[in-house]
Design a binder for this molecule. Structure first.
Ligand code: HEM
Length: 496
């Protein structure tokens, strides 16, 4: 969003307290700006189509995307304090719902009225096609059941065992390739988590070269997928087709990797993938009378499982290892607490163990999916405010988890805030896995995996920070760091 001439003044106001005041009241939007409100568009209707305006539009686009590379920075102070904010933008109403009422209404009780936003399709469909994550197709319920069934077949012990086994392999490679001095945490956690999810659900995985290529491609894809590019003026710029072309090329290469490694194997009865949890869930769906999935649709769903199942955990692991690397005392406390609580054996580790609290605190401050976008299909009233049909509604754990009214000292990293058992369960203020009928079906899997990986790393190494520019959350599709985070791993005496 461009900065506004009235940014410091009252024109860009939320509707939280007074009337429904929106950007139409703002001089920048309403008269002289390149981006016009309806009145301006009428006045300039024809000239807007002229080449000169196209170029101007493209400059605004370029500035918008350039200065807002990390979209999460566009949230400002009141977004972290208010319950509900509504903006009447030139072509749609933007609503940000932070309150318990808004979360319940949009994600849970009124979920049918607030489907996943259509804006997610152009961001994700090049990679996941019609896959579950962004889908509101008529078959969404049966497809979701298929995912739930697949994940349910992998119990915590299996996740922990696979995570430990793969971590041992990775540790050997890190030693062999001299990576311990300067481990590229974000890239390595992406590869490791993609391997954990594929071993557990498909009984097979990418080769080393493929997994490196896959995670590199997905990072490039993310950089091309800023949600800001969906704003009407950005989407119509002369840069838009170039960006879409590049995004499609990257997505096609990712899909080719998935097709060759997984989809062919799922269709081949002699492959271990054909009897793995995912394949069994696909077969179960067909047994209940649903139409078989075409190869293309199967590819879409495998892509969802791989992407949703790895990028989120990898993002959380990256921030977690960075926090640990900067805090020697916390590492020591964690080792002691793990010994006492039996972690990472997830059955033994109590809810209040430091390991779980640490993971929760990372999920609070860096929720891997920072925004849950929904569309209002009908007019509604939330917190006494009018929500228009067609409004773009955001529930954002990034805001809610840092909300001044909901958390004491919200910006400080303090795992101990989760050590009282009730705090993690405070529905409507802690929601890293979403809420309602589209909440994450992989939350249990993810918690078991992250506990195993953190404990395996912390018990083997002392983590030290590397001097480098500080990474910030990218915030395009996930909160993964915008640059690589490096950490030094010093083997602990006696650790394998
Ligand atoms: C730290 C790790 C994870 C986090 C924070 C996370 C978070 C989320 C969230 C917030 C959503 C819903 C988004 C929305 O409502 O718009 C979601 C959906 C989903 N997640 Fe996760 N997730 C994680 C790990 C996993 C894992 C390990 C798997 C699979 C094994 C998984 C599979 C999925 C799937 C399939 C969906 C789509 C569900 C649907 O659209 O109905 N996730 N995840």
């Amino acid at each position: 969003m461009p900065s506004c001439c009235c940014a410091a003044g009252p024109a860009v106001r939320s509707c939280g307290a007074a009337g429904p005041i929106g950007l139409r009241d703002c001089r920048w939007w309403g008269s002289g700006g390149v981006v016009g409100a309806p009145a301006m568009r009428r006045r300039r209707g024809r000239s807007m189509r002229s080449l000169a305006n196209k170029v101007a539009l493209s400059c605004v686009t370029w500035l918008t995307v350039r200065f807002a590379r990390r979209p999460l920075r566009l949230f400002w102070a009141s977004h972290f304090r208010r319950d509900l904010l509504c903006y009447d933008l030139p072509s749609f109403q933007l609503v940000i719902g932070n309150s318990r009422d808004a979360v319940q209404r949009v994600l849970v009780r009124g979920a049918a009225q607030y489907p996943k936003s259509r804006v997610m399709k152009p961001l994700l469909s090049p990679v996941i096609g019609r896959g579950l994550f962004a889908s509101e197709d008529p078959d969404v319920a049966t497809i979701r059941r298929m995912f739930v069934r697949a994940i349910a077949q992998v119990d915590d012990e299996a996740v922990v065992a696979a995570s430990f086994r793969l971590l041992e392999e990775y540790k050997a490679r890190w030693r062999r390739d001299g990576l311990l001095k300067r481990l590229p945490v974000s890239a390595e956690m992406s590869r490791l988590t993609v391997d954990v999810v594929s071993e557990c659900l498909f009984r097979m995985r990418f080769t080393e070269a493929e997994s490196a290529a896959f995670t590199r491609l997905f990072f490039s894809y993310q950089k091309l997928s800023s949600p800001l590019r969906l704003f009407p003026w950005v989407g119509k710029s002369v840069f838009a087709p170039i960006r879409r072309f590049r995004q499609k090329r990257v997505a096609e290469r990712m899909r080719a990797l998935i097709r060759n490694r997984f989809v062919h194997a799922l269709r081949d009865d002699s492959s271990p993938a054909a009897s793995a949890p995912f394949a069994r869930a696909v077969a179960e769906r067909e047994r209940t009378g649903e139409a078989p999935l075409s190869d293309e649709r199967l590819l879409d769903e495998v892509a969802v499982m791989l992407l949703a199942g790895h990028e989120t955990s990898a993002s959380a692991m990256s921030w977690l290892l960075r926090e640990l690397a900067g805090n020697e005392a916390l590492q020591q406390r964690l080792r002691q607490d793990m010994q006492a609580s039996g972690a990472p054996d997830t059955r033994a580790a109590s809810e209040a163990s430091l390991l779980k609290s640490l993971i929760n605190e990372v999920l609070r401050l860096y929720p891997p999916i920072p925004i849950y976008p929904r569309d209002a299909t009908q007019a509604d009233t939330i917190e006494g405010r009018q929500i228009k049909a067609g409004a773009f509604v955001l529930v954002s754990p990034w805001l809610i988890h840092r909300h001044a009214e909901l958390w004491g000292d919200p910006l400080s990293f303090n795992p101990d805030r989760f050590r009282t058992p009730s705090s993690a369960d405070a529905v409507n203020r802690f929601m890293p896995f979403g809420s309602g009928p589209r909440a994450c079906p992989g939350s249990r899997f993810a918690m078991a995996e992250m506990q195993a990986l953190v404990s395996g790393i912390v018990q083997a190494f002392d983590l030290r920070p590397v001097k480098e520019p500080v990474a910030q959350p990218l915030g395009n599709l996930t909160t993964r760091p915008d640059r690589e985070i490096h950490v030094t791993l010093e083997p602990l005496p006696g650790a394998g």
